[in-house]
Write a protein that binds this ligand. Sequence first.
Ligand SMILES: [Fe+2]
Length: 212
Amino acid sequence: MKFSGLTRRQALESCISRGLLLSGAALSQTKLFAAWQAAEAAAQKPTAREVLGPFYKKGAPNVKQLRPAGDPGFPLTVAGKVVNTKGQLVEGVKIDIWHSDHHGRYDLVGFKYRSQLTADEKGLYTVETILPGHYDDRPAQHIHYLISAPGHKTLVTQAYFATDPFFEGDPDKKFAKRNIVHNRELVRPVSLYEGPGAPRAAITFDICMETA
Ligand SMILES: [Fe+2]
C-alpha cells in the first residue's frame, strides 16, 4: 500500500479505517488517536550539529560558576533542558560547555570558561558565565557544547546570540553570513534584565539527543 501524498495523520486514518492497525490492548479508535497524538507531541527534532572546533579540552571540572572573580564581561545565565527525540529525560548525560573570554581568547592552559555539567532529575542544567567575545576566525559569539549519554549519539553543537552585532539586528536573514552559522535554530533569543548591581543576559538552550 502506498501512502505517498498523504500526511502521517491521513495515513494513520487510512490504516485504521481499513483495519490495518492492530493494538495489543485493543484500543478504541479514539484512544489510538490520542496515543498517537501524545507520541507526536512528545517527539522532538534533534538539536542541530555544529563543528567541534580546535579548542575543546577534556577534563573540565563540574562547575556552575564559570566566571572567575573580577574577570570582565557581560553577565550571562545559560539554562536548558536535555531530552531525547522521544521526549524522554536522558540518564547520565554529561554536558561539556566551553567558550572564549570577553576578549575572544580560550584558556588552553587551565579550565577558565569550561565545565562538564550534569542535568538534574528534571533534565535541567544551568551555568553562570559571561557573553563570549569575538575572535577573528569565528567572529560570531558562541558557546561550544559536547553532550554525551549512554544509549545516545554524542552531540556536538554551538549556541549563538541573536543580539550579536554579527547578525546586524536581523538573525533571520543574516544567520548564514560568511558560512559560520549553519542553522537558524542555534541562534538564541537573549533576555536582558536588571540584575543585582548590573544588567544581565540570559539564554535558553535546550538539547535534544538522538538515541544510538
Ligand atoms: Fe569557538
